[in-house]
Design a protein around this ligand. Structure first.
Ligand SMILES: NC(=O)c1ccc[n+]([C@@H]2O[C@H](COP(=O)([O-])OP(=O)(O)OC[C@H]3O[C@@H](n4cnc5c(N)ncnc54)[C@H](O)[C@@H]3O)[C@@H](O)[C@H]2O)c1
Length: 217
């Protein structure tokens, strides 16, 4: 059977649901209503019911959703019901911070290999991971069945690293470098950008100030 096509907006909301559900699970909460989820996420409960109804009818009227079941179901949909190995290239300031964080082990995602081009970084241990030379990239990606690559190198090097990731066989790239990457259609690229987020936030702050100024007139 062909997998169901889910809208990008829903795919973006599912990890947010998962975070809240994991938090409830840690606190031994067994069931949650769409109303409670809506309050926590500042989302309309009807939107949440609609999103979750996509995948079957798992809410029970008056009782809500079984937290453990919903976690498992969302993980299945996000394909996080099996380990997702991730490689990172660029063990500099940002790369090291991401390795030290090393994500949500409970969600099956893990940075399993780190690479750098700088000889003085090779062999350095970061949170239990040894920095490997770029020559080992293709082999390691194959051996560890790595599906996603993270790029934390300077912008001028990002395309070169993306090409090496694609050549090595990854299916997705998360790029932190401030540059647009060109890759084959079947490889998906997502961008994470702290600076542009701050810039757009600044616009809204100014807008509020402008409104305040207008109120004073
Ligand atoms: N998206 C964000 O929110 C965000 C935030 C901070 C930094 N950044 C970006 O992340 C990138 C890294 O920033 P940083 O402060 O960690 O830089 P950094 O200089 O500390 O680290 C970069 C690392 O990449 C390595 N490198 C360079 N070229 C390489 C190549 N071809 N192959 C493998 N490794 C290579 C370097 O040896 C170095 O260790 C930059 O592009 C920066 O603009 C993005």
């Amino acid at each position: 059977m062909k997998p169901m096509k889910i809208s990008e907006a829903v795919v973006r909301r599912l990890p947010v649901y998962l975070q809240v559900l994991n938090d409830l699970h840690m606190r031994d909460v067994q069931t949650v209503s769409s109303q409670e989820l809506g309050n926590r996420l500042d989302l309309n409960p009807a939107q949440i019911r609609k999103d979750l109804a996509y995948f079957g009818d798992f809410g029970r009227k008056g009782i809500g959703y079984d937290v453990t079941y919903l976690i498992e179901k969302i993980k299945q949909i996000l394909k996080l019901d099996q380990p997702l190995n991730v490689a990172l290239v660029g063990a500099g300031n940002l790369g090291r911070a991401l390795c030290n964080y090393n994500m949500y082990l409970k969600d099956n995602m893990k940075i399993t290999a780190v690479f750098d081009i700088n000889p003085s970084m090779i062999g350095v241990s970061i949170n239990g991971l040894t920095v490997l030379p770029m020559e080992k990239l293709a082999e390691t990606i194959q051996d560890l069945s790595i599906r996603i690559g993270i790029i934390t190198v300077p912008a001028a090097e990002a395309q070169n690293v993306a090409d090496q990731f694609v050549e090595a066989g990854v299916d997705g790239i998360l790029n932190f470098a401030p540059t647009i990457l060109r890759v084959q259609d079947q490889v998906r690229i997502h961008y994470a950008n702290f600076t542009t987020e701050l810039m757009s936030l600044a616009y809204y702050l100014n807008e509020e100030e402008n409104e305040d100024e207008a109120d004073l007139d």
